[in-house]
Design a protein around this ligand. Sequence first.
Ligand SMILES: NC(=O)c1ccc[n+]([C@@H]2O[C@H](COP(=O)([O-])OP(=O)(O)OC[C@H]3O[C@@H](n4cnc5c(N)ncnc54)[C@H](OP(=O)(O)O)[C@@H]3O)[C@@H](O)[C@H]2O)c1
Length: 258
Amino acid sequence: MNESRPAPVNLNLSDARILVIGASSGIGLAAAAMAYRAGASVVGVARDEASLKRSFTTIGGPDAARLLPIAADARDPAGLESIFTRAGAVDHVLLTAGFAATGPARTTPWSALESAYRDRLATAYAVAQRAAPALTAGGSLVFTSGGFAIRPAADTSVVAAGLAALETFVRGLALELAPRNRVNAIRPGRIDTPMLRGALARTTGGPVDDESVAAAGRSIPLGRIGDAREAAHAALFLMANSYITGVTLGVDGGQGLR
Ligand SMILES: NC(=O)c1ccc[n+]([C@@H]2O[C@H](COP(=O)([O-])OP(=O)(O)OC[C@H]3O[C@@H](n4cnc5c(N)ncnc54)[C@H](OP(=O)(O)O)[C@@H]3O)[C@@H](O)[C@H]2O)c1
């Protein structure tokens, strides 16, 4: 061990400036809150300004000096430009904004596949292009895949293809940005967020409460749906560990095993 080197894992991220795109809800909000509590400065992005401000108020109060909310659409080139212009230099970028267009391939039009790619892969690609020059040395990008990439369901081939492409992009980009910067992704399984509850409501056709979320998690090896903080923790771990790049880290309660 070389004691003269700085500690390789800065677990508290206290000096970091972290940009979270998708910060008003779910995994992104949990990551923003966790990073803020660890002492980081957090720039958070979502389209709906009011809900972003409400969410950030729950993290650190409306005037918290280390929180910068930016209302913008990450799919829109002008929106992306405004995000990075206002954010300035950042140490880590987490992209959680994403969508799960589903439908059987036999009947789903090509436009849906195009939109799945645009929303997932093209947004990641554009974020990577804009983020790379803004990253400080040692900084990283963390993208968000999903369990369908390795364990598709019958009507998810479209979204699964977009997720798998994203994971492969992460591996290639990791080589391109090394050694200055790292690139990784998380692959959440089923995580209790507004997105998941919306999907459950569409599947069951009824209201979703804590009991129905618990029931939906019983078939997962760990017996439950994940907490947004558990997925967020995986993203912060990938930022903090300075020797991991090109990895997609599953955080799925073992669901990918079955
Ligand atoms: N929850 C799960 O079970 C699960 C499982 C596998 C994968 N994932 C993936 O994990 C990611 C996060 O999911 P989640 O459940 O945390 O979702 P969520 O609760 O719906 O949160 C999504 C966040 O992204 C923002 N957002 C969406 N589109 C945006 C855009 N174009 N530009 C900027 N911000 C945008 C949303 O705010 P606005 O709507 O105001 O923009 C919101 O803050 C997604 O990529 C999802 O596909 C989730």
